[in-house]
Design a protein around this ligand. Structure first.
Ligand code: ADP
Length: 237
């Protein structure tokens, strides 16, 4: 618990710093872009049209990076509503299907037809599952891979979702840093996917954990508490 509280604080603090820095960078960027646009005609007349294009597109890129960074590190409180969980999971599988085809990968759904309705922030919970599946794709690399998405009820109290891949797996060292903000082993990774996922699940009073074996694959498990109503309905059934 202490560890996760520390991680949450660290992420919240980084979010604040990021918001401040992004704000400070955005203002000068906007004025640079404005002045370049004013100079655009002169530069074109000087035969420097290509330079203008590059400057403007690079400025747009910096803006986009700031935007992505901000949305990844933002820790907004969940807006919880009753959501049919099988709907979210089906959406996730559907959204990842074309990526799976491209990557020579199979997504296999192992879910019951219906699952309980839970009080969750639909977008945030969907984002968690998408982050985990995206990592599974990356772990599978180029070999023909399989990703299993399963869900069941555990001990009459929890909805348990498991996402299992047969990718490269990870060692103990990697696993011990997995949920830390900015921890990544990828060349173009941000290291924010699992840190934000961890925080989202914690804000829903749930749990997220991982089991992995190098060369064999990884299983992420997310557990979310059932509402009292769902718990009673299951107990009576
Ligand atoms: P990023 O994807 O940007 O690196 P994440 O926070 O999503 O950030 O993941 C952190 C790290 O956890 C990854 O760089 C990778 O080393 C490891 N990881 C996450 N999921 C898996 C997986 N399914 N298989 C192997 N390694 C994984």
């Amino acid at each position: 618990m202490e560890q996760s509280a520390f991680q949450n604080e660290k992420l919240a603090m980084l979010g604040k710093i990021a918001a401040g820095v992004a704000h400070e960078i955005r203002n000068p960027l906007t004025s640079v872009k404005g002045f370049i646009q004013l100079l655009q005609n002169d530069l074109i007349q000087m035969g420097k049209e290509d330079y203008v294009k590059i400057i403007l597109s690079e400025l747009d890129r910096v803006n986009m990076i700031i935007h992505e960074f901000l949305s990844a590190s933002k820790t907004s409180p969940p807006e919880k509503k009753a959501v049919e969980m099988s709907e979210i999971l089906r959406e996730v599988v559907l959204l990842c299907q074309s990526e799976a085809n491209l990557r020579n990968c199979e997504i296999i759904s192992e879910m019951p037809e219906t699952l309980p309705r839970l009080m969750v922030d639909r977008q945030q919970i969907k984002q968690v599952f998408l982050n985990i599946v995206k990592n599974a794709f990356d772990a599978i690399e180029d070999k023909p891979g399989k990703i299993f998405v399963g869900a069941d009820i555990e001990a009459g109290s929890w909805l348990r979702v498991t996402i299992r891949d047969n990718g490269k797996g990870m060692d103990e060292e990697t696993m011990s840093h997995l949920f830390e903000p900015f921890f990544t082993t990828k060349e173009k990774g941000t290291g924010l996917g699992l840190a934000t996922s961890y925080q989202i699940i914690e804000n829903h009073n749930g749990m997220i954990y991982v089991e992995s074996q190098v060369g064999r694959g990884t299983t992420f498990t997310v557990k979310l508490p059932l509402s009292d109503y769902e718990r009673q309905a299951i107990a009576l059934a």
